[in-house]
Design a protein around this ligand. Sequence first.
Ligand code: SF4
Length: 246
Amino acid sequence: MKLARMPDGSPEIFHTIQGEGRSTGLPTVFIRASLCNLHCRWCDTPYTWNWEDTDFEHDLGRKFKRDNEIIDFTPAEIAGIVEAYPCSNYVFTGGEPLIQEKAWVELMRALRETNTGSHFEIETNGTLAPGPAFTELVDQFNVSPKLSNSGIPREKRIVPESLEFLAGTGKADFKFVIGELTDLAELIEIQAAAAIPNERIFLMPRSNSVDELEANQGWVSTLAIEHGFRYSDRLHLRLFGAKRGV
Ligand code: SF4
């Protein structure tokens, strides 16, 4: 399984608290997969996809060496690492973790075998519909469909049948990164097409720093109140700053 690799050579697996969405504040073990099928210009994990031999544009203007940023572990090896933490809430993140769907199924089965109380969340961009085994094992999908502010063509970032499938599981929240007022019309259009109930939608201010979060939190939370959506903070950014592995 291809995981993001920390500068010290270890896989990006860490015990912290969930900073976004429904489970904000919950102690959680994060496992960060490498690779993504999108290339958002404000992505906060460009080291999972913005390789030197690609022409993707990113606000940072920096490229990454693929071999330096990926480390291979089997699901059994990952289970051995994460089971050492005093925590049974797991978040699979990326990159786009569903690119490696089969390996997550193996990992979830291994973890449930030793602890039936293991709780699994996945953070996904919503372009890939998972199969039955994955869908049954996972407890919660945190879907983050990308808007035009990501700089990606709509046909690549919005896959209606996949969003509809995820909404239909009854296990999915949809988190939208809001950077401008005009993002709302796009969100409402996606909501209608995929039949997403208001209480499953979170608006989260676009922010890669506390300053940016504080600049956007007021108007984005007001928008959530006015339209009956939920608001998501980025608590980890406030607590730890824009760092890896926290
Ligand atoms: S989908 Fe997520 S991980 Fe992939 S480029 Fe966009 S923000 Fe980054």
